[in-house]
Design a protein around this ligand. Structure first.
Ligand SMILES: NC(=O)c1ccc[n+]([C@@H]2O[C@H](COP(=O)([O-])OP(=O)(O)OC[C@H]3O[C@@H](n4cnc5c(N)ncnc54)[C@H](O)[C@@H]3O)[C@@H](O)[C@H]2O)c1
Length: 295
């Protein structure tokens, strides 16, 4: 189903998110809570999901206050993006609380870990890939299925990283870097599948990795745009250890603006990709990195 160009949308509304719900995975984290509050302030309801049982009390108070002031709604739900059953039960709990269909996802849930490659414990390497790439896939798929079920168009924003483009100087994070490069390619692959399904050649062939071949045409649904954002280094509580080792000073020197970023600087990029302002963008990666990768 091709969606007409939204040329009627007033310029002032290009970043507005009324009459929709946006789900944020990693919704108790630094970027998740900051962009979630911005979405509430831009007219959208937000479901924050995260592996922690509950978010920080003061942060959640500020989120609820933003929702109150903007007549929007904030919901918190615990889930583990690695675990399909946990996602399924979370949606059963979330759906009855929604005022509007889910039409957006900001996938923030991720973990990192530092180790020299030759000493990398393989269980940790696998865990990082499982959360960052399989977990991103599972939550994106669950949200896309909800959008298909509700027959609504949507926008999915996968938070990747400059670490998917370049290797970080001064810190050895091979698993994290590889996982974030995979997030870029996942965004392109899902964008291709969900943007305009009738263009997909019908059927799929049986093989050792496809026990579910099909000759039938796929369902046709309103388009879902899928893009990535690649943040540069962000000053979050997690940067504290890096700061102690002098790494944050080093990272600031590695970009054209001479400082690392703060979570608030990802509000506008996320709102842009979720809203009609980016109606002709899909399969892209928006680098927000102070020029780090351009140097
Ligand atoms: N902080 C940086 O410098 C930086 C730079 C580039 C990209 N990023 C990316 O931005 C995103 C947000 O990072 P942040 O700085 O807010 O980190 P953060 O650690 O504050 O937030 C990540 C959240 O994901 C949650 N999480 C971890 N495993 C989970 C699981 N299995 N299921 C559900 N939730 C889970 C954590 O509990 C946490 O709340 C991440 O994807 C990160 O890779 C961060």
């Amino acid at each position: 189903m091709t969606r007409p160009a939204p040329s009627h949308v007033a310029t002032g509304d290009l970043f507005r998110l009324e009459e929709r719900t946006v789900l944020i995975s990693g919704g108790a984290g630094a970027v998740g809570t900051t962009v979630g509050k911005a979405i509430l302030e831009s007219g959208g309801d937000v479901v924050f999901v995260d592996i922690v049982a509950q978010p920080n009390t003061d942060t959640w108070k500020a989120i609820e206050e933003a929702a109150r002031l903007n007549n929007t709604k904030a919901i918190y739900q615990q889930l583990d993006v690695q675990d399909e059953d946990s996602i399924t039960s979370a949606f059963l709990a979330i759906n009855p609380q929604l005022r509007h269909s889910i039409r957006g996802l900001v996938s923030c849930a991720a973990i990192s870990g530092e180790s020299d490659a030759c000493d990398y414990p393989i269980a940790t390497f696998r865990k990082i890939l499982d959360v960052n790439i399989t977990g991103t896939f599972l939550i994106a798929r669950a949200v896309a299925k909800e959008m298909h079920r509700a027959n609504v168009p949507g926008s999915i924003v996968l938070i990747a990283s400059i670490s998917g483009h370049i290797s970080n100087h001064g810190i050895n994070t091979s698993a994290y870097n590889a996982s974030k490069a995979a997030v870029h390619q996942l965004a392109r692959s899902l964008a291709a599948e969900w943007g305009h399904p009738q263009n997909t050649f019908p059927g799929s062939t049986q093989s050792a990795t496809n026990s579910n071949p099909s000759t039938e045409s796929r369902g046709v649904y309103p388009p879902i745009r899928v893009n990535a954002i690649s943040p540069g280094h962000i000053d979050t509580p997690l940067s504290e250890e890096a700061r102690k080792r002098g790494l944050t000073v080093e990272w600031a020197r590695q970009n054209m603006l001479g400082r690392i970023s703060v979570a608030e600087e990802y509000r506008a990029p996320v709102l842009f990709l979720l809203g009609e302002g980016s109606s002709y963008m899909t399969g892209a990666d928006l680098r927000v990195d102070g020029g780090h990768c351009a140097w």
